[in-house]
Design a protein around this ligand. Structure first.
Ligand code: HEC
Length: 205
C-alpha cells in the first residue's frame, strides 16, 4: 500500500524523462515562441535573434560536448576572417583603452545609432586594480601582459585574435566578437590592447 508521503516508484523515471527533454536541442517552434516574446525597440531590432551557422551549432550542442572536428572547423573559419591591423601596430593608448573597457553604452535600445560603442570588459573581467566593480564570467585580466612575459609577437597576435573574434579561439565562447561583429573600431581595439599589454599600462605595474 502507498501512503501519501512515500515516493512513487515511477517518479525517478519521470524525472529522467523530463531532464532528457530539456537536453534536446531547441525545436523550430521554440525559436518562434522565443522570437514572439521580444519586441523591437529603438535600434534593437529582432534580426538580432537570427543565429549564424556557428551560433546554431553552439545551441545544438549546448547540453552536450561539441565534437572536436566541428569545433576545429568553426574555429578555423573564424580565424581565417580575422583582420590584423594593416600598419602592423597593435598597441594604442591605454588611457583610452581603460575608458572603452569601462563603457557599456552602444547598441542598446536606449542608444541611438551614433552612440560610440564601449567594450564593457569589466562586466566579465577583472582588469585594473583600482576598479572593484567587475564581473567574473571571464578570467581575471589583472597584470595580463606582465604575467605572460610582456608584449611578445605571439601574445599580441593571440590577444588581437581573441578580441577580434573570440570564437576563433573558443568556438562557443560567450565573449563578444569585437572586430568581427563591428562592435569596436580598429583604433578602439588597439587602445584596449594597450590597456592589457603596454608595459606602461597601470595593470602591468
Ligand atoms: C560576456 C562576457 C565577456 C565580455 C563582455 C568580455 N569577455 Fe573576455 N572572456 C570572456 C570569457 C568567458 C573568457 C574565457 C573563456 C573563453 O575563451 O570564452 C574570456 C577571455 C578573454 C581573454 C583571454 C584570456 C586568456 O588568458 O587567454 C582576453 C584577452 C579577453 N577575454 C579580453 C576581453 C576584453 C579586452 C574585453 C572587452 C573589450 C572582454 N574580454 C569582454 C568573457 C567576456
Amino acid at each position: 500500500m502507498t501512503t501519501p508521503h512515500m515516493i512513487h516508484p515511477a517518479r525517478p523515471l519521470l524525472l529522467a524523462f523530463c531532464v532528457a527533454l530539456l537536453a534536446l536541442p531547441a525545436a523550430a517552434d521554440d525559436l518562434a515562441n522565443f522570437k514572439a516574446s521580444f519586441a523591437e525597440k529603438g535600434i534593437a531590432k529582432l534580426d538580432r535573434l537570427d543565429q549564424s551557422a556557428l551560433q546554431k551549432a553552439c545551441s545544438d550542442y549546448a547540453q552536450r560536448p561539441l565534437p572536436a572536428k566541428l569545433r576545429a572547423k568553426l574555429e578555423k573559419a573564424e580565424l581565417e576572417a580575422v583582420k590584423f591591423p594593416a600598419d602592423g601596430k597593435y598597441l594604442g593608448d591605454w588611457k583610452e583603452g581603460e575608458k572603452i573597457a569601462q563603457n557599456g553604452r552602444g547598441l542598446q535600445f536606449s542608444d541611438d545609432a551614433k552612440t560610440a560603442n564601449g567594450g564593457n570588459c569589466y562586466a566579465c573581467h577583472q582588469i585594473s586594480a583600482t576598479e572593484i566593480a567587475f564581473g567574473n564570467i571571464g578570467p581575471s585580466l589583472a597584470a595580463y601582459g606582465k604575467l605572460r612575459g610582456g608584449p611578445t609577437e605571439a601574445l599580441v597576435r593571440y590577444t588581437w585574435t581573441k578580441l577580434y573574434s573570440s570564437h576563433a579561439v573558443n568556438a562557443c565562447s560567450v565573449m563578444p566578437r569585437y572586430g568581427a561583429a563591428g562592435i569596436l573600431s580598429e583604433q578602439q581595439m588597439k587602445d584596449v590592447m594597450a590597456l592589457l599589454l603596454d608595459p606602461q599600462s597601470p595593470i602591468n605595474q
